[in-house]
Ligand binder design. Structure first.
Ligand code: FAD
Ligand code: UDP
Length: 368
């Protein structure tokens, strides 16, 4: 019997699509996933020492959407997401994102919001229109802090100058003039109590035998006769065999280090390294947020890498050129009436988890 939907990719977007299609619309779905696990990049697992880690980079759940939180709460309980980051620069650690404490560290004494505001206005550079990430930062904090906190990190992460990236990239990082050093501003900041993998397993269980999942399977292995409609959550340019050109992506290499005799190694879950001389961008110690009670700890260093075919395309690169090429692919995708593109790679958007969940819920609502 034919599947109503072939869903390519078992990340957040593929799984949420499957759940809605099976449970709300009574459809039969097949998910194919080329990796050997579900969850996409949000996958978590226990390493060989029993530490719960995020092998594809840290995944801090946060959202302003009550709807997304309520929806996901069907599959998990939550613990508070105490997402704290420090930034390493000039041989010391700074409070980050920039806040009143960062300013106090910078001037070497106690201060207040008024003084910080005044100092920032003396540093800020005005632009008629902010058109890139360099200008976005200069217009908020000026050249000194741009050089210290953003220039080196951004150049390493994206292998280009910040002026070549859309303002939205560096605008992800809040700037505050009060003593609030949370990494995010979102209303809800939390983590699945028993991990992401458990959340995904619970979601899959609700679908019963309406859903089949085939791991280690590329979508090219599935014949067109087996399905009526397709949801594709992999890279949109790969779907079209790069016929209009290849979209740019950034990839990462992760280096893991276990410390059997330490309970915790870092002051917080993430330390960013802004110096261009240090090749990694950040080190992540997940025990700070999972609150796991286990002996030993694991830290993961993240080294940005150029993307070539066969690697994991972790980040779409937000700039004018890629936007134009993506628009061409989007236009091409509209000529297919039974294939739908969803998710971070399917729509080539630098989206967080909650944004792909929101996008998928919206898609599912419009299905007849
Ligand atoms: P993915 O998770 O990428 O899933 C797509 C799946 O499709 C993959 O498993 C892939 O193997 C599979 N696939 C692709 N092509 C094929 C094919 N041809 N056949 C079969 N399978 C295929 N978001 C947050 O909200 N908070 C964070 O802290 C956060 N941190 C991040 C850190 C890093 C390093 C990265 C890279 C991302 C981070 N994100 C974070 C973003 C988050 O990972 C994404 O929003 C989310 O994974 C998108 O889900 P998705 O289903 O669209 O894509
Ligand atoms: N960024 C930076 N310095 C930092 C942290 C971030 O310059 O210490 C810039 C960098 O360009 C990065 C972007 O801000 O890619 C977004 O940072 P975020 O922490 O949101 O990156 P992600 O978790 O998505 O990799």
């Amino acid at each position: 019997m034919k599947y109503d939907y072939l869903i390519v990719g078992a990340g957040f977007s593929g799984l949420v699509a499957a759940e809605r299609l099976c449970n709300e619309h009574g459809k039969r779905c097949l998910i194919v996933e080329k990796r050997n696990h579900i969850g996409g990049n949000c996958h978590d697992c226990y390493d060989e020492h029993g530490v719960l880690i995020h092998p594809y980079g840290p995944h801090y759940f946060r959202t302003n959407s009550d709807e997304v939180l309520q929806y996901l709460s069907r599959f998990t309980e939550w613990i508070i997401g105490n997402y704290k980051v420090k930034l390493h620069c000039d041989d010391r650690e700074w409070s980050f994102p920039i806040n009143l404490e960062t300013f106090e560290q910078y001037i070497g004494r106690v201060s207040n919001t008024d003084e910080m505001e005044e100092w920032l206005s003396s540093q800020r550079i005005n632009f008629e229109q902010v058109t890139n990430s360099e200008e976005a930062v200069l217009s908020k904090v000026g050249k000194k802090w741009y050089d210290m906190f953003f220039k080196g990190y951004t150049s390493k992460q994206w292998n280009c100058h910040p002026s070549e990236l859309s303002p939205s990239v560096c605008n992800r990082i809040p700037i505050r003039t009060v003593k609030d050093d949370r990494y995010f501003n979102d209303k809800h900041q939390c983590l699945p109590k028993h991990g992401y993998h458990k959340l995904f397993n619970n979601l899959v269980e609700t679908c019963g035998d309406r859903l089949e999942i085939r791991l280690d399977t590329d979508h090219s292995q599935i014949s067109d006769d087996e399905w009526s409609e397709m949801i594709f959550t992999g890279p949109i340019d790969a779907f079209f065999n790069h016929r209009l050109g290849s979209l740019p992506y950034r990839s990462l290499r992760f280096e893991r280090e276990h410390h059997a005799d330490e309970d915790l190694l870092q002051p917080c879950v993430q330390v960013n390294y802004s110096s261009a001389d240090i090749r990694h961008t950040r080190t992540v110690e997940s025990k700070h947020i999972t609150k796991q009670k286990t002996k030993g700890t694991t830290i993961i260093r993240e080294f940005p890498q150029d993307y070539t075919e066969g690697m994991d395309p972790y980040y779409p690169v937000p700039n004018e050129e890629s936007k134009k090429l993506y628009e061409k692919y989007r236009h091409l995708s509209e000529s297919l009436n039974n294939v739908h593109f969803l998710g971070r790679l399917g729509t080539y958007k630098y989206y967080n988890m909650d944004q792909v969940v929101a996008m998928t819920l919206k898609f599912a609502k419009n299905i007849s």
